[in-house]
Design a protein around this ligand. Structure first.
Ligand SMILES: Cc1cc2nc3c(=O)[nH]c(=O)nc-3n(C[C@H](O)[C@H](O)[C@H](O)COP(=O)(O)OP(=O)(O)OC[C@H]3O[C@@H](n4cnc5c(N)ncnc54)[C@H](O)[C@@H]3O)c2cc1C
Length: 637
């Protein structure tokens, strides 16, 4: 298989506009002849479904929540990047592009990232026009703050609820189209498989989560906007429902899965408090604008934070990375926190925590200003820990948060399967080996509002795909496979809950393939995962029936997919015998403990092709060719 990323020719800064000028269009009157399925109604899917319908396409949109407004995007707190340079602090499209490429440790596709930076400015205009209540300066201009990996302030925000406000904007646009009849919305519907006809994506099979009914849906193109797979680690900052199912089933039907080992660990989360915890909570990176991260300078210092004098504290991010300080990127900040905790200087129960301290900021700016900027985050922290972070520092520790890997897509956001598009966190995206803060919302909305709506028309106009029909036997066949799988789950009647299996898998993944990885640990995980999978299929206990609301059954299906996917993730991590971004192989580090890339051998996107569960997948390599940037050792010092 030849991987063609379809990157347009010409100078980097002109590629996107040239491409748009030359790709084919569909006449407005003809757009209604095309049916598009969008799976997912988060920022990526919601914006895509609304925009495609606004253009005239006939859209069916699916989500497993009871309303598109509950997509996981609602959880995003800190903000969204855009190269507006409202602060006049030196920002530009080029700088956002370069920061993103560097932040991703030179493992992202140059042309995509440049386009992302370019359209970032349109996103803000679009959202403001929709009425998204971004924070403003006294003058009325939109306010900005800083996020990790940048030396400018380019992050637009709505207090600590940016995702929610952006999603309400996208949802309004979607609701308008639902009302107008352009979008048919299917809430509480889970896509369980992709239907391929003659090598093209032609539809999906879904389960109605309330009645258990299985149904098929045909379309001229299928768009997956199904989010990330961070819950493979069991404990993560993701909503409990986030899963890998849609992209995993598409992978098993022939779509390539790229860079699954690029998983982001966020440095600023509330530490794990016990064995029975099922979810972790993010404390937004925006807090690091004003909070200072530190641990006691000496091992075993158990004094209360207020009793430790400043000279006996180690502000380790400021010490190690003076140029970026507390806003060093996530991968680097997470590893630095792990390092001080490994040295025995961690704080809180079990010593797996570091302080995030606002005392200096409160003194400088006043309590009201801090409350205004981060009030809801402080409140959330207090509700979970019972501690008042205005009075004593927060305790934070890294946790699984975002996944840079996903289905492989070309410049048009189409996978290798004709007619299958992938957008938002579900694709392998523009973030390379590490995503910078506030760039996921930017990417999801860029894909949904500004990129897919152009590129999908070119596919229809060029390929003129044959009309799909639900009478095709492939739909029936897939429905029957799903029914068999459901019956299998319900008939096992084993002794262990789905949660127990998920927790065990997650612990294994965190221990062997989490913030740091090494060959021996990865090989151990590769042995254990298939065995655990077998135990799951022999001993899981799925309660209830298939023809009703059955969350145990839903969860079993998702965990079964994690059990398979985890193996690919680990294989990818083992094969990538270098460190880059969030993929930290302990064997490959600089003398001061930073990730050491191997550009000669690993400057590629790893795109895996399914060959059957017990056969090693085929690795396809898309070489990363840099025309504009110089590959350099990443430094934030
Ligand atoms: C706590 C938290 C805070 C964050 N804060 C920020 C931030 O400040 N800035 C930033 O840029 N990023 C942030 N992120 C990351 C960002 O929120 C996500 O990457 C982004 O919202 C993902 O959007 P999405 O549309 O791709 O997917 P999602 O919002 O996850 O939506 C997925 C959609 O797919 C549907 N779906 C999934 N599988 C199926 C299936 N099988 N069948 C049917 N439907 C399905 C779901 O129902 C849902 O509608 C944060 C992430 C977390 C966890």
């Amino acid at each position: 298989m030849r991987l063609d990323a379809k990157i347009p020719s010409g100078p980097l800064a002109e590629k996107w506009s040239r491409h748009r000028n030359h790709i084919k269009l569909i006449n407005p009157a003809n757009k209604r002849k095309f049916d598009v399925i969008v799976v997912g109604s988060g920022l990526a899917g919601g914006s895509a479904a609304a925009t495609l319908s606004e253009l005239g396409y006939k859209v069916k949109c699916f989500c497993f929540q009871d309303s598109p407004r509950r997509a996981h995007s609602i959880a995003a707190q800190g903000g969204i990047n855009a190269a507006k340079n409202y602060q006049n602090d030196g920002d530009s499209v080029y700088r956002l592009f370069y920061d993103t490429i560097k932040g991703g440790d030179f493992r992202a596709r140059e042309a995509n990232v440049y386009r992302l930076a370019e359209v970032s400015v349109n996103i803000i205009d679009q959202c403001v026009a929709q009425g998204v209540p971004f924070a403003r300066e006294y003058s009325g201009y939109l306010a900005n703050r800083s996020f990790g990996g940048a030396q400018v302030s380019r992050t637009f925000y709505a207090r600590g609820q940016t995702g929610q406000q952006l999603l309400l904007g996208a949802y309004q646009a979607l609701a308008k189209q639902i009302e107008a009849g352009g979008v048919k919305m299917y809430p509480r519907a889970e896509m369980l498989d992709l239907v391929m006809i003659d090598g093209n994506a032609k539809g999906i099979v879904v389960r109605d989560l309330v009645t258990g009914e299985i149904s098929s849906h045909a379309a001229d193109a299928v768009v997956l906007a199904t989010g990330g797979y961070g819950n493979v680690f069991f404990l993560s900052t993701n909503a409990k429902g986030c899963n890998v199912t849609a992209i995993w089933r598409a992978y098993k039907r022939g779509a390539l899965l790229a860079n699954p080992c690029y998983t982001q660990i966020h440095p600023t989360c509330i530490p794990v408090s016990g064995d029975h915890q099922s979810k972790l909570t993010l404390m937004s990176e925006s807090l690091r604008n004003d909070g200072r991260v530190w641990v006691p300078g000496n091992k075993g210092d158990h004094r209360a934070p207020g009793e430790i004098p400043k000279e006996e504290r180690d502000y380790f991010l400021e010490r190690k990375y003076p140029a970026y300080g507390n806003l060093a990127p996530r991968d680097i900040s997470s590893r630095a926190a792990k390092e001080v905790c490994d040295e025995g200087r961690g704080v809180g129960p079990g010593g797996r925590g570091v302080y995030l301290d606002f005392a200096d900021a409160i003194e400088r700016l006043g309590l009201n200003m801090i409350r205004e900027r981060y009030g809801n985050l402080f409140e959330m922290y207090e509700r979970i820990t019972g501690e008042d972070a205005y009075k004593a520092p927060m305790r934070i520790y890294p946790a699984s948060h975002y996944t840079m890997g996903g289905l492989w897509v070309d410049y048009n956001l189409m996978s290798n399967v004709p007619g299958l598009y992938v957008i938002g966190e579900a694709n392998f995206s523009d973030h390379g080996a590490n995503r910078l803060g506030a760039s996921a919302l930017m990417q999801g909305l860029a894909d949904g509002y500004f990129i897919l709506p152009y590129t999908i028309g070119d596919y229809f106009a060029t390929e003129r795909p044959a009309k799909p029909s639900l009478d095709h036997p492939e739909f029936k066949k897939v429905e029957e496979e799903i029914a068999r799988r459901t019956n299998k789950f319900l008939s096992i009647k084993g002794h262990r809950t789905v949660t127990e299996f998920h927790r065990e898998l997650g612990k294994l993944m965190w221990d062997k393939c989490g913030m740091a990885r090494n060959e021996a640990g990865l090989k151990e995980a590769l042995e254990r995962i298939p065995a655990l999978r077998q135990e799951f299929w022999e001993d899981v206990n799925v309660l209830g029936d298939g023809n009703e609301l059955n969350q145990s059954l839903e969860y079993a299906g998702r965990v079964a997919d994690f059990m398979e996917f985890a193996e690919l993730l680990v294989l990818d991590a083992l094969t990538r015998d270098e460190s880059c971004g969030a993929h930290f192989r302990e064997e490959h580090q600089t003398p001061d403990g930073e990730a050491m890339r191997d550009d000669e051998n690993f400057s590629y996107v790893a795109a895996w092709e399914y060959q059957g569960l017990d056969t090693r997948p085929i690795l396809h390599k898309e070489p990363l060719v840099y025309e504009e940037v110089h590959l350099a050792q990443r430094s934030y010092k």
